[in-house]
Design a protein around this ligand. Structure first.
Ligand code: CA
Length: 631
């Protein structure tokens, strides 16, 4: 063995000892780190992506995960700037204020989460391109309101989902019946042929509640469609299929509350995320929001009280929650190419926030139509919530449209009541006479019933003549008509028996149904009579500009007869209602000369009868005539 070799062996021994020492040291360091270091997780990032080319370059991303609020955040990009990483009292949340510069291109950017100079989590965030869109819904449309669980079951396999608490039970009026988005898609041709041009579905987002989950108003995830209805992609496909047919899609949203099983409730971002607790109920009196004499107590109870114990009341005055909700609606508009939003319980969230929301949405999408549910007792209260209405004073909701509940009340009473100085036809007349309160009453959504109300057929005592009178007014008066699914076949239902009874399955929507009311042969005689009445007027209405966009002119009801006109510069339609229970009427037409002087004849569009002379018209008891006038 040479000296050189001995030295070499000694050196190798020393190196080996040092290596062992190093390993021990590193192991100890690692152990120490494990004992003192935190675990970090990212469970949710919302919105799940955002868009380039937005007018508002700001974005706020909610990041949720264990201890993520204890990290530092870094974004290395020329075009995307981190302005601020906001923390709340809960270390499991971060709210990242980000600016997306106009130069930003669609693609991925990385967000680094750093603890003690070490990147502990990375997240690849995607920006997609904002697409240009120009639509919205208007009085030229006829809306069809669908409760998705109750209309048609397109996919049996999705009726039950292992992650969802409530399982299907079609025998329970308040249970899940299995209807879904695919079911709606399957019936689009039926709806198009029937004359409907826009769809409003009750909420389709996840409602993972143990019971009553079918109606959709207790959202437990604002970014995902309930798997029992389908997927986000299915909802987008529904929107695309509507647009292929020149139909529109209106999404139902709720900012007032969420479901008590929303994931936030297990770990709230902050104590002020919710208002009060379930013991403090709202007073349901939206009128106080407009009332100049209202007490602060009543306003506070209206806005900050809970709707029901299973629907925690969201505090939109928390700035992070406010941004979250506004961005959520913008995300859905962009993702699903929406034409409109129907905002649930418009008067319940704080009104300043609601105004900011509508303004922000219109800033990005000036043409989208925003409709607020204003379940209020008089025209002035509803008008308060329509943008720039004379009745709104200094408040601007920035909403295009409101739900015309006063007209609903009048239409539910008019044909059941005796005509007096104020009731019956006069009640209807006085609702239209107050249109001066609105910025544009032709943008009001009008209806005979909906998912919360008695079916109209039941309201009029299942009297077909009264039903037709209501339908005819709905389809020819000012406003955006909305039919509740099944109204075209006169479905019945009394709200006081339970909501399940006004939300019954559309017959034929399930493969096993013995009757299929989607077809002529599957409908009984009464259903076919109503179906042909409704769809004939609906399809005619589409082509008649005087009815869809013309002016409204009416004459004080006399002798049980109410006459109104829809007219434009060169066309006009006359509607005559005889509300007498037992007598036909002969109506002398000279009283209506201010319109009729320009016309010589007409066609009654329900019967197709030609009217050759405009001097007098006979009209049966409890009936309606719609006369398209000719020069
Ligand atoms: Ca299904």
């Amino acid at each position: 063995m040479s000296t050189e070799t001995k030295v070499s062996i000694a050196s190798k021994e020393t190196t080996a000892k040092m290596k062992i020492k190093n390993i021990i040291f590193i192991t100890l360091l690692f152990l120490a780190n494990s004992i003192f270091a935190q675990d970090f997780d990212i469970n949710r990032v919302e919105p799940p992506n955002w868009f380039t080319g937005m007018k508002n370059s700001e974005l706020q991303i909610m990041v949720y995960g264990k201890n993520i609020g204890n990290t530092m955040v870094e974004i290395k990009s020329e075009d995307i700037k981190l302005i601020k990483a906001n923390k709340t009292e809960n270390p499991n949340y971060l709210f990242l204020d980000i600016e997306i510069l106009p130069s930003a291109k669609p693609g991925i950017f990385q967000i680094n989460f750093i603890d003690k100079y070490r990147i502990v989590k990375k997240y690849q965030y995607e920006l997609k391109e904002k697409t240009d869109r120009k639509r919205g819904f208007s009085s030229e449309d006829l809306i069809y309101l669908i409760m998705p669980d109750r209309f048609a079951n397109g996919i049996w396999e999705n009726d039950s989902n292992k992650l969802m608490l409530e399982k299907p039970n079609r025998k329970n009026p308040n249970g899940r019946h299995g209807g879904d988005i695919q079911g709606v898609i399957n019936k689009l041709d039926y709806l198009k042929q029937s004359g409907f041009t826009a769809l409003w579905l009750n909420p389709v987002l996840e409602n993972n509640m143990p019971e009553y989950s079918y109606h959709g108003y207790a959202i437990t995830d604002f970014y995902n469609v309930d798997p029992r209805h389908g997927s986000n992609q299915d909802y987008k496909r529904l929107s695309d299929e509507c647009h292929k047919r020149d139909m529109k899609i209106i999404m139902d949203m709720i900012f007032n509350h969420c479901g008590s099983n929303h994931w936030w409730l297990k770990d709230l971002p902050s104590k002020d995320w919710l208002n009060n607790d379930s013991k403090f109920n709202t007073n349901y009196r939206g009128e106080v929001i407009a009332d100049p004499n209202a007490s602060q107590y009543d306003i506070n109870k209206m806005n900050a009280g809970w709707f029901v114990a299973t629907m925690p009341d969201l505090n939109q005055h928390n700035p992070f929650l406010a941004k979250y909700l506004i961005q959520n609606s913008i995300w859905w508009i962009q993702f699903a190419d929406l034409d409109g939003i129907r905002m649930d319980t418009q008067a319940y969230p704080f009104k300043d926030f609601m105004s900011d929301w509508a303004k922000a949405v219109h800033n990005e999408y000036p043409d989208i139509t925003l409709l607020g549910e204003t379940w209020l007792q008089a025209p002035a209260f509803c008008a308060y919530f329509q943008s720039k209405s004379p009745a709104a004073g200094n408040y601007d909701s920035n909403l295009n449209s409101v739900t015309d509940f006063p007209l609903y009340y009048a239409l539910n009473a008019a044909f059941n009541e005796t005509d007096t100085w104020t009731n019956g036809l006069l009640g209807l007349y006085y609702v239209f006479a107050q249109d001066f309160l609105y910025a544009d009453a032709n943008q009001n959504v009008i209806f005979l019933d909906n998912h919360d109300l008695n079916r109209y057929f039941t309201s009029v005592g299942e009297n077909i003549n009264k039903y037709k009178m209501g339908m005819a007014v709905l389809l020819t008066s000012r406003g955006i008509p909305c039919l509740y699914y099944g109204s075209e076949i006169a479905q019945d239902g009394l709200e006081s028996m339970g909501h399940g009874y006004i939300r019954q399955d559309f017959p034929g929507g399930w493969q096993t149904d013995s009757l299929n009311a989607f077809n002529y042969n599957g409908r009984n005689q009464k259903q076919n009579e109503i179906y042909s009445f409704v769809t004939k007027i609906a399809n005619w209405r589409k082509t008649n500009k005087a009815v869809t966009t013309g002016k409204f002119l009416h004459f004080i009801p006399e002798n049980n007869v109410y006459v109104y006109f829809r007219y434009s510069s060169n066309s006009a339609v006359m509607v005559i209602l005889n509300n007498s229970e037992d007598e036909k009427r002969t109506v002398e037409l000279n009283r209506f000369n201010e319109i009729l002087k320009d016309y010589n004849s007409g066609t009654e569009i329900i019967s197709d009868k030609k009217i050759n002379k405009l001097d007098k018209i006979n009209i049966d008891k409890k009936s309606v005539m719609i006369i398209e006038l000719s020069k």
